[in-house]
Design a protein around this ligand. Structure first.
Ligand code: SAM
Length: 360
């Protein structure tokens, strides 16, 4: 066997991993979970590609409020659209359309301030989960290798802070954009992509602009009038001017953003099969025993085709059953001699790990 386990923590020993290995029948059941990942789902959760332009057309003139948050371990700056601001947008849109029964808006507007997971409806994409900061730190520390990549895929991106970091690096790098760079962002909920993934990507891009120029781009007033909007430094407006500039900047730097809503599974793999993905990143997606096989199968398939994967997760998800040990054992059970898996624990109180998987 060519698996290399890198646990630093006695809590998750190799011995425990092998005890947790699924037995043959468990493994085939888990594989079936992957094959049937989309069966029984509402058709709106079948995977679909969306262009940046199509999603942005539904965000014109939306004001975005964000915080800036320094990652606790690596001290990298991230920008995150505020949850109350997302709720405000949804409330205004509900008023305009008179549609009160949309599932995501119900979840956002409900009493549940923590936005708990609702299996097969909402899987936690509106808030930034801790392990995403570990991926941000990893990418910030490995700028040189990231610079060499052409296509990355973020699985279950949610607020997409790792992709935002990758975008930021590509935008600010000094070399000419000879090679193209593509980021594919996937999330279960289209509304997550629209309301938080794309706004966060734009805020990170906007952070690289001269503040006066940014103010000009955010101006939605009629030409010639003096009554432009007053913006605080934690706000931007997605004016048509700003959107056009974002799109043209990406084009000039040969950066492409592709969005896929809906569930992972066979159909998802078919959608991305022609992409030459160099790196898959995913944070906090192996939390449950239902989704863990789906992520593992997707990763094994992609790594088998030659890409690398970086999965960030808490060592144990209390109550839902997912864990780093389960994930590693699932992959080990596949008996793929061509795949190497390593686990590095992140220095944190609530134990977290970065799992690196690559072809040998
Ligand atoms: C716990 S959240 C983590 C979000 C983000 N990666 C982070 O770390 O902040 C899990 C994410 O995976 C996505 N997800 C869960 N199951 C999925 C599935 N079957 N297909 C696609 N995305 C899924 C959710 O929509 C959500 O954004």
């Amino acid at each position: 066997m060519s698996f290399a386990f890198g646990f630093n923590d006695d809590d998750i020993s190799d011995e425990e991993v092998s005890q947790n290995l699924p037995k043959q029948d468990e493994a085939s059941t888990a594989s079936k979970v992957f094959q049937n990942a989309t069966s029984g789902l509402d058709p709106k959760f079948l995977p679909q590609i969306h262009s940046l332009e199509s999603i942005l057309s539904k965000l014109v003139n939306v004001r975005i409020t964000f915080d800036n948050y320094i990652t606790p371990v690596g001290e990298n700056v991230t920008y995150r659209r505020e949850l109350y601001d997302i709720k405000h947008q949804v409330m205004c849109e509900d008023d305009e359309d008179g549609k009160q029964d949309d599932v995501v808006s119900n979840i956002l507007m409900g009493d549940d301030n923590d936005l708990d997971l609702k299996r097969n409806i909402y899987e936690g994409g509106f808030k930034s989960w801790e392990c995403s900061y570990d991926v941000v730190d990893y990418l910030a520390q490995n700028k040189d290798s990231l610079n060499k990549l052409h296509t990355i895929l973020e699985l279950g991106c949610g607020t997409s802070l790792p992709s935002c970091q990758a975008l930021l690096q590509r935008i600010t790098r000094s070399e000419d954009p000879i090679d193209g760079f593509k980021i594919i962002l996937s999330d279960f909920n289209y509304e997550v992509l629209r309301l938080v993934t794309i706004p966060n990507l734009i805020i990170h891009w906007a952070s690289t602009l001269d503040p006066e120029f940014l103010q000009e781009l955010c101006d939605t007033s009629v030409e010639g009038s003096d009554d432009g909007p007053t913006l605080r430094n934690d706000e931007i407006i997605l004016s048509q001017k700003l959107i056009d500039r974002f799109i043209s900047d990406l084009r000039n730097k040969r950066i492409e953003l592709v969005f896929i809503s809906g569930s992972w599974g066979q159909e998802f793999l078919q959608i991305i099969e022609r992409e030459n993905i160099d790196l898959v990143i995913s944070s906090e997606t192996i939390y449950s025993l239902e989704t863990l096989p789906i992520v593992a199968e997707t990763v094994v398939e992609l790594v088998g085709n030659g890409c690398r994967a970086l999965i960030a997760a808490k060592n144990l998800y209390f109550g839902v059953g997912g864990s780093v040990a389960e994930f590693v054992s699932y992959i080990k059970k596949k008996n793929r001699e061509d795949i190497k898996i390593e686990v590095e624990e992140v220095n944190s109180q609530l134990k977290r790990s970065l799992i690196s998987i690559e072809k040998v």
